[in-house]
Design a protein. Structure first.
Length: 327
C-alpha cells in the first residue's frame, strides 16, 4: 500500500511538472514553423465553421498542429478557442480528430475549466463524456468545481460532481500561504456568494461540513482555521445555511460565537445554541452514519440505487416527504 501511494504521488508530481513545462514554453518549435496553419485552424473555430474545420483536419498539415497553442498573445489550443465561445460543433470535430481533452493553456486551464467559466453546459457535457478530468489541472490555482460554486451554476456543478469531481477541492493558494485563516473551498464560496442550491448540492455529494477539507495535513498548516459554520455566521448567511450544516453533521461546538446586532445572524445563533443544548435525533444520527459510510467507499452518489423503500432513499437524500412510519 505504501509503495502504491508513493507511486501515485510520483505520478501526480510528474504530471504537475509536465503542466508547468507546457505553461513556460510559450512558443514551441512546432508552433514556430506552423503559425500559419495554427492561425487558420483558430480562424475556422472562432467563425464556428465546423465543416471547414473538419475538411482542414483531414489534411496532415493541419492535423499535426491540432494541439498547438498559437504562440505569442494566444493562450490556448483550438479546443480552448472552441469552448471559450461555446462552439459545440467545432468542439466535437476537434475531439473526433484527436484533440487532447485535458490540454492546458498558459494558465494551466483545461478546456473543461474554460467551458465551466463560460457557463456552456453543452460543452461541459461533451468534454466530460470525452473523459475530461472533472477536477481540471492540478497546476491551476482554481478548479471547475470552485468556479461553478462561486458562480452559482447548479446544473454544471451537478454534472461535475456526478463525474466524481472533488467536493473538498480548494484554491492552491492555501498550499503556499501557510498563514491563511479561512478556507476557499467550494462550500465556503457557495455560502459567501449566497448560492444555497449549490451549497446543498455540495453537502449532498459529501462535502465536509466542518472545514470543507479532507486533508488533515493541509488543514494543520492553516493557522486558526475557520469552520464553514463560523464563516456563515460572520457573513450573515441565512438560517437555512446553518440548518443544512447541522443536518449534514457539522460539529456545532467548533465555532466561536460572536454576537452582533444583526437579526439574521441572531436567528442563526439561536438555532446553533438550541442544537448545542439538544441531542440529535436517532434517525438523523442513522442517516449521518449511512452517508458517511457511503462517502468512505465512494458511493455517496449511488443512494438512489440502494434496495430500500423510496421513503428511506428520500430521507437519506434530505428530500422532503411524509414522516417515516418507524420514526
Amino acid at each position: 500500500m505504501v509503495v502504491e501511494e508513493e507511486q501515485k504521488q510520483t505520478g501526480r508530481r510528474n504530471k504537475h511538472l509536465d503542466d508547468v513545462r507546457s505553461m513556460l514554453h510559450l512558443r514551441t518549435s512546432e508552433e514556430e514553423h506552423s503559425s500559419f496553419e495554427i492561425s487558420k485552424l483558430r480562424q475556422a473555430v472562432l467563425q464556428n465553421n465546423d465543416r471547414l474545420l473538419d475538411e482542414m483536419l483531414c489534411q496532415e498539415i493541419y492535423k499535426k498542429v491540432i494541439n498547438c497553442r498559437g504562440g505569442w498573445g494566444i493562450a490556448g489550443t483550438p479546443l480552448h478557442a472552441a469552448v471559450s465561445k461555446g462552439h459545440l460543433n467545432c468542439l466535437q470535430v476537434l475531439l473526433a480528430h484527436g484533440a487532447l481533452v485535458d490540454c492546458v493553456d498558459v494558465k494551466a486551464q483545461t478546456p473543461l475549466f474554460t467551458a465551466v467559466r463560460g457557463k456552456y453546459l453543452d460543452c461541459v457535457l461533451a468534454l466530460l463524456r470525452a473523459g475530461a478530468n472533472p477536477n481540471g489541472s492540478s497546476s491551476n490555482n482554481c478548479s471547475p468545481v470552485l468556479t461553478a460554486a462561486r458562480e452559482g451554476d447548479v446544473e454544471i456543478l451537478k454534472e461535475l460532481l456526478k463525474c466524481g469531481a472533488e467536493v473538498n477541492s480548494r484554491s492552491k493558494v492555501l498550499l503556499w500561504t501557510s498563514s491563511a485563516r479561512v478556507s476557499s473551498g467550494p462550500l465556503y464560496l457557495a455560502a459567501v456568494y449566497g448560492h444555497l442550491e449549490c451549497f446543498k448540492l455540495l453537502l449532498l455529494y459529501g462535502a465536509d461540513p466542518d472545514y470543507n477539507c479532507a486533508d488533515a495535513n493541509l488543514l494543520s498548516s492553516i493557522k486558526q482555521p475557520k469552520t464553514v459554520l463560523e464563516m456563515c455566521l460572520r457573513h450573515g448567511c441565512g438560517v437555512e445555511y446553518i440548518q443544512l450544516l447541522i443536518d449534514f453533521g457539522a460539529n456545532v461546538y467548533l465555532p466561536t460565537l460572536i454576537i452582533e446586532k444583526s437579526t439574521k445572524q441572531n436567528e442563526a445563533v439561536e438555532l446553533l445554541l438550541h442544537e448545542r443544548g439538544n441531542p440529535k435525533a436517532l434517525t438523523s444520527q442513522c442517516r449521518l452514519a449511512v452517508r458517511r459510510y457511503l462517502k468512505k467507499i465512494d458511493k455517496i452518489h449511488c443512494i438512489d440505487q440502494l434496495e430500500m423503500p423510496p421513503s428511506l432513499i428520500n430521507f437519506l437524500q434530505h428530500k422532503p416527504g411524509p414522516v417515516l412510519s418507524f420514526i
